[in-house]
Design a binder for this molecule. Sequence first.
Ligand SMILES: [Zn+2]
Length: 457
Amino acid sequence: MAAVKVIRNAHIVTMDALKREFDGSVVFEGNRIIAVGEEPDDLPEKATIIDGRGCVLTPGLVNTHHHLYQWITRGLAADFELFHWLVTLYPKWKDLTKDTVYTAAIASLSRLAATGCTTTADHHYVFPPTGDRGKRADMLGSEITAAAAVGLRFHPTRGSMDLGRSNGGLPPDQLVEPLRDILTDSEKALTEWHDASPGSMLRIGLAPCSPFSASADLMRETASLARDYGARLHTHLAETQQEVEFCHQNLGGSPLDYVAELGWTGPDVWFAHAVHLEDREIELLAATRTAVAHCPTSNARLGAGIARLRDMVRAGVTVGLGVDGAASNEGTSLIEEVRHALLFARARDGAEALTARQALELATIGGAKVLGRANDIGSIEVGKLADLALWRLDTLPHTGIADPVVALVMGSAPPLERLFVDGRAIVENDHVVTVDVEKAAKVVLTAQLVMARGHGG
Ligand SMILES: [Zn+2]
């Protein structure tokens, strides 16, 4: 019999179909939840008891968009918009190695865990040549190793760019890869790592970077490859007004018109950002069940705009939240993203644009739907995986806030009493316990210096 753990006396926010909330217990055996509310009569004597008094228990948060490698290039191009920011950072990123990607991923993933995240996607699209006959390093392997070390459920995507500056794209030619190499390496990632089984800790997606860095052929062939393997498709879309203009001028329509024509709509596709959408495009996303990773902090940091979250939610679009890469969201806190989603939606469309519970829903069951994992995670229900976040609300910043969900969403980020992924404790007493974060911070400092100096000329 697998170990049994009990979280007792917490306020439980289930995020189930009825959105039930009550005070009580959640019991899990190994990696699955076996009781919600009441404890079973035959609880084993050896069960671990966690006192949740003064805490709110939510499903673990799901992060639907990130670039883990960017942790070591934060704080640069601090006052620039997207295209200016990108052309400043591309030359830095060409010096990435397998080791620096690992270092950055450990830091990013630890930070995600400390802010309530139990499952994260990643979008890694930079594969610089290593100097060894055009060979490119196994960046995806590095971050998969890092995710196993930190202990998060992981949905990395094999990103790609094949449209360099000499062909009308934005990235320097040195950073793009030949189409055939991308497809070969993407298929290798799928055969080597993609685990489609229920309860999976690792699923691979494919993700050409954006309309201004990926060719139409790459988009089309990637979609076909991913669908052969039952894997999901991801890309950046309609992030800035400049991108919208680029698409109208060069690609014959809006960003969504362009990718829809290439087969990029459907329940297996999710777009990061979707800030600049017309009414008809929101309707298309809803009708095709194409999902969106909403990244409010990054959009604000880059001055990209505020996505039409109220309208997307009302139209029935599947929406999750994302911190986006650490270089455009230095804070990289997933619980803060919930607060920003709420505040920005209301700043844009008024106080009724989004409720506190809807904001939390986006980060839990919403994110689970975006990643195709709603049967496994995103709510606290018997039979689901034990991915749980226990937040302490009885210390000064949150005492006096009457409603625990309002305290969590509208208050400052509370201490994380416990975080469980697949039944395993990843955070205890607000500290990540699976990796040495002090040591990780020192390694980051060294990597950051190397990146700042540059060695590729
Ligand atoms: Zn991004």
